[in-house]
Write a protein that binds this ligand. Structure first.
Ligand code: UD1
Ligand code: CA
Length: 464
């Protein structure tokens, strides 16, 4: 097959020993997305003709994630993790399909699309054999130091470095562009005579310098961008940094925060103009908020679509659902998977809604459970109403037509249908369908026993 274009190879096979976790490092969550999500997003660009991910440690789980969420990526297995050079060698066949390859680690979440595109274009414009990113962090420990030699430079890992080499503040970012013919000529001849007994990809750079190949080093102006995540402390630092960056971007597009220090917004969340976020709000996953909506304090929203001018009044938990324009929710509501609140609907205090549609302008103001139900327009659900949807075996539907008035404390024993404009009396247990326009009363008739307080009484018993 003829070579063409540039491929991106993400190295994600390492164990991440310092994390001390059973979860493969690249699947550890950072703002509720796996670490690997970040390089996948930043390399999701038409500039690249293909993307491969080298997996190894926990490869089943990592491959599952890739297949499910990033079907365009090719999975390359590195059976044993013998170093970054070994990981690249495992992908030699895949690399051979391209003229150039960008190699990036799976654990540098802040690496931006612009930086990668800069690296790529400088590499091509300069017709380089290798271009790689370096940076000058406040604390260089843990990184490979870039040491100048007669013929160029070599990269010395922390564990192999002599004391004077450790003082060098310029370090390798682990992000490279290679001409594939040149890379493939050298990748199989790496040695492992070093402190970790690993095949280091960085040794290729030294070999290329020795041969007088064209190598360029680019200084990344923002060192935070290429910092890796290797232990729980770094994960925590990264999480705060990323949070700040994400919010700054949204605020520059018109999102307002009462206290941005306490708000958390995940990387995949999209926010319309003039969205207002109260203190202690969390927005995660694939969530969208339309213009002018406001999210009240202590609300947590995941994978949901919120229209324009929606108000979550606080303490709302909203998962995998849709809230259409002008609807109001809360405080203290739980809206679960597969629910839709249509325009102008209201779900209020201590109400749980699951897999249900609440029609336009319909109200469930307090203390209700609405599950597997379809409510039409302008329905009013009285306090304490419950859809008894589960018979111990299966979940059954309730259908409540337009304009129905469900009296307080009604038990709707599903499957059941209330026709358009039907009423139920407060405290009813509704087991049969109610025809349109009728009133259903399903409760014991009240009996008053007169003179009850004056009845003969025995001696009062002790106690409470
Ligand atoms: C590497 C560089 C170092 C650089 C640093 C920047 C080498 C030898 N060192 O060190 O110069 O300063 O990155 O962050 O390359 N991986 C595999 N298979 C393996 C080993 C690693 O896929 O057998 C993957 C890891 O999952 C990780 C990436 O390669 O995503 C980097 O490996 P890591 O062990 O973190 O390298 P560093 O010690 O950080
Ligand atoms: Ca690393």
């Amino acid at each position: 097959m003829a070579r063409s274009g540039t491929g991106v190879l993400i190295l994600a096979a390492g164990k991440g020993t310092r994390m001390k976790s059973d979860t493969p490092k690249v699947l550890l969550p950072l703002l509720e997305e796996p670490l690997l999500y970040y390089p996948l997003v930043s390399t999701d660009s038409p500039d690249f003709s293909g993307r491969g991910v080298v997996v190894g440690h926990g490869s089943d789980k990592v491959s599952d994630y890739l297949e499910k969420s990033w079907p365009g990526s090719e999975v390359i297995e590195q059976k044993q993790q013998l170093g970054t050079g070994h990981a690249v060698a495992a992908a030699r066949k895949w690399i051979g399909r391209f003229d150039h390859v960008l190699i990036i680690p799976g654990d540098v979440p802040l690496l931006g699309r612009e930086t990668l595109s800069m690296l790529h274009s400088r590499h091509l414009e300069g017709d380089e054999d290798c271009t790689f990113l370096v940076f000058e962090p406040d604390d260089p420990s843990g990184y490979g130091r870039v040491i100048h030699t007669e013929k160029g430079f070599r990269i010395v890992e922390e564990k192999d470095a002599m004391e004077h080499e450790k003082k060098c503040g310029r370090v390798n970012g682990g992000i490279y562009a290679f001409r594939t013919t040149v890379l493939l000529e050298h990748i199989d001849s790496l040695g492992k005579d070093n402190a970790q007994g690993e095949y280091y990809l960085t040794d290729v750079i030294h070999d290329l310098c020795q041969e007088g190949k064209k190598i360029r080093m680019l200084l990344c102006p923002d060192p935070e961008e290429i910092e890796g995540v290797n232990d729980p402390q770094q994960l925590d630092v990264m999480s705060r940094r990323l949070r700040k960056r994400i919010l700054a971007k949204h605020m520059s597009c018109g999102v307002k925060c009462v206290d941005s220090e306490s708000v958390w917004v995940g990387p995949g969340v999209r926010l319309g103009e003039d969205v207002m976020l109260d203190p202690f709000v969390q927005l995660w996953g694939d969530t969208y908020l339309g213009k002018g909506s406001r999210i009240g304090s202590f609300s947590i929203v995941r994978n949901s679509i919120i229209g324009e001018n929606v108000h979550l009044l606080g303490h709302v938990v909203l998962n995998d659902s849709e809230i259409q324009n002008d609807a109001r929710v809360g405080p203290f509501s739980f809206i679960r998977e597969g629910s839709v609140l249509r325009e102008g609907a209201y779900v209020g205090k201590f109400v749980e809604v699951k897999k249900s549609v609440i029609g336009k302008r319909s109200k469930v103001p307090h203390l209700s459970y609405v599950g597997d139900a379809t409510l039409g327009e302008d329905v009013n659900i009285g306090a304490g109403t419950i859809t008894c949807n589960y018979d111990g075996v299966k979940k059954n539907p309730s259908v409540i037509g337009d304009g129905c008035f469900v009296g307080s404390d009604t038990m709707l024993v599903a499957p059941v249908t209330l026709g358009e404009g039907a009423y139920t009396a407060a405290g009813s247990v509704i087991t049969r369908d109610v025809p349109p326009g009728s009133l259903a009363i399903g409760r014991a008739r009240q009996k008053n026993i007169e003179g009850w307080s004056a009845r003969p009484k025995g001696p009062k018993e002790e106690g409470e």
